[in-house]
Design a protein around this ligand. Structure first.
Ligand SMILES: Nc1ncnc2c1ncn2[C@@H]1O[C@H](COP(=O)(O)OP(=O)(O)OP(=O)(O)O)[C@@H](O)[C@H]1O
Length: 355
């Protein structure tokens, strides 16, 4: 499959579900930030130098050392994608919103299952990421590490014995690693405990972010937890402590769900049933409402209150109902009303076709 088709396919490897604790833990992500020696950081690069960085990464990717570890990665410059296609990559979590700015200097490389992606000239020259379903931080780290080692065969990274990998923002200096999990926490939201739990998580040195990472809001009860600091900690330690915090939040979410089932089962069944009904029959729905209702249905499926769509289908719908993906379906810009109509139709089709 060519990269253009990959981009336009709603499903990515990480959405297939079935990973460990996959009912609550939607996905695990590891990314490392790397820079090339001899080049200014991306925000200071002119077009020519930015092009040289892209070219150097392209050559490194073609090296057997990378191919044997990462499989085939295909690179495309952001300027070769339409604005809608670029936005779809954000909606699928394959690139961060930052890669959209100044896109003529930027590129992305993807493996065809989209489990591995490399952003070029984002905040750093390279951001190598691996996204997997469920709680699989170790596996994600193993894959990123392999790709990174392969790239290092050809690329000369900016590295200091004292500080570690040098990065544009000092918070990334050191390992350059951010480990993160995306969790679905409707139970904690419903028992009004999510604020308290996430404040504790922040005090333990972890950041809580919304659906699209830094500076975005938590739609559909989805929260991203990640490490704040990378310097002075080995990669394995970062993963161990994130695993431990994640385990605690998981346990609290399970407790909240249990309490809801024991104390508010009727209300819960009503909430889930209404949302499922609306999603299956509505003819217009906003993006915010769709995310909220999909979250209710996912909770209902997890708690076996309804036998409905597979969780992977619900994750896919979260992408298929975002604005850029809808625009792509019609091959034209849509006004808000047209979008709400197409969104409802997309959801009806998916849920009524079953499985
Ligand atoms: N566990 C996860 N599952 C799915 N997507 C994720 C996950 N963690 C992060 N992402 C996505 O990765 C992108 C970047 O996230 P974020 O801004 O948190 O980190 P970053 O860009 O790596 O770090 P920094 O802010 O240090 O530059 C966003 O699109 C976000 O939705």
């Amino acid at each position: 499959m060519g990269i253009k088709e990959t981009v336009n396919n709603a499903r990515s490897g990480w959405m297939l579900g079935g990973g460990p604790d996959g009912d609550i833990l939607i996905s695990s992500r590891i990314r490392v930030a790397r820079n090339l020696k001899g080049y200014a950081f991306p925000h200071l690069l002119d077009n020519e130098k930015a092009g040289q960085v892209i070219h150097a990464v392209q050559l490194a990717m073609e090296n057997q050392a990378v191919k044997s570890r990462a499989g085939n990665l295909e690179m495309i410059r952001m300027s070769e994608l339409t604005p809608v296609e670029r936005q779809i990559l954000v909606e699928k979590h394959l690139i961060s919103p930052n890669l959209l700015e100044g896109h003529e200097k930027k590129a992305v490389a993807l493996r065809d299952d989209e489990v591995i992606s490399i952003m070029i000239n984002e905040e750093d020259h390279l951001r190598v990421q691996c996204l997997l379903p469920g709680l699989q931080l170790e596996k994600a780290w193993e894959l990123v590490n392999q790709v990174d080692d392969g790239l290092e065969h050809t690329l000369d990274y900016a590295f200091s014995e004292k500080f570690g990998y040098l990065t544009a923002c000092p918070t990334n200096t050191g390992t350059g690693m951010r480990a993160s999990v995306m969790m679905h926490l409707p139970g904690l939201v419903l028992v009004d405990q999510v604020g308290a739990v996430l404040t504790t998580v922040s005090k333990l040195g972890f950041t809580v972010r919304g659906l699209y990472g830094e500076g975005t809001e938590a739609l559909g009860n989805l929260f991203q937890l990640s490490n704040q600091v990378t310097m002075g900690h080995a990669e394995e330690d970062i993963i161990t402590s994130l695993n431990s915090v994640t385990g605690q939040v998981l346990a609290q979410e399970r407790e909240a769900r249990k309490a809801l089932l024991q104390q508010r089962r009727d209300q819960l069944e009503d909430k889930v049933g209404r949302s499922y009904g609306i999603l299956k029959h509505a003819h217009m729905i906003s993006s915010e409402e769709a995310m909220r209702r999909l979250s209710d249905v996912r909770l209902g499926v997890d708690l076996q209150l309804i036998t409905g769509p597979a969780p992977a289908q619900l994750t896919e719908l979260m992408v298929m109902t975002r604005p850029a993906y809808l625009a792509k379906q019609r091959n034209s810009d849509l006004n808000p009303l047209e979008r709400d109509i197409l969104r409802a139709q997309t959801i009806r089709n998916k849920l009524n076709q079953g499985g």
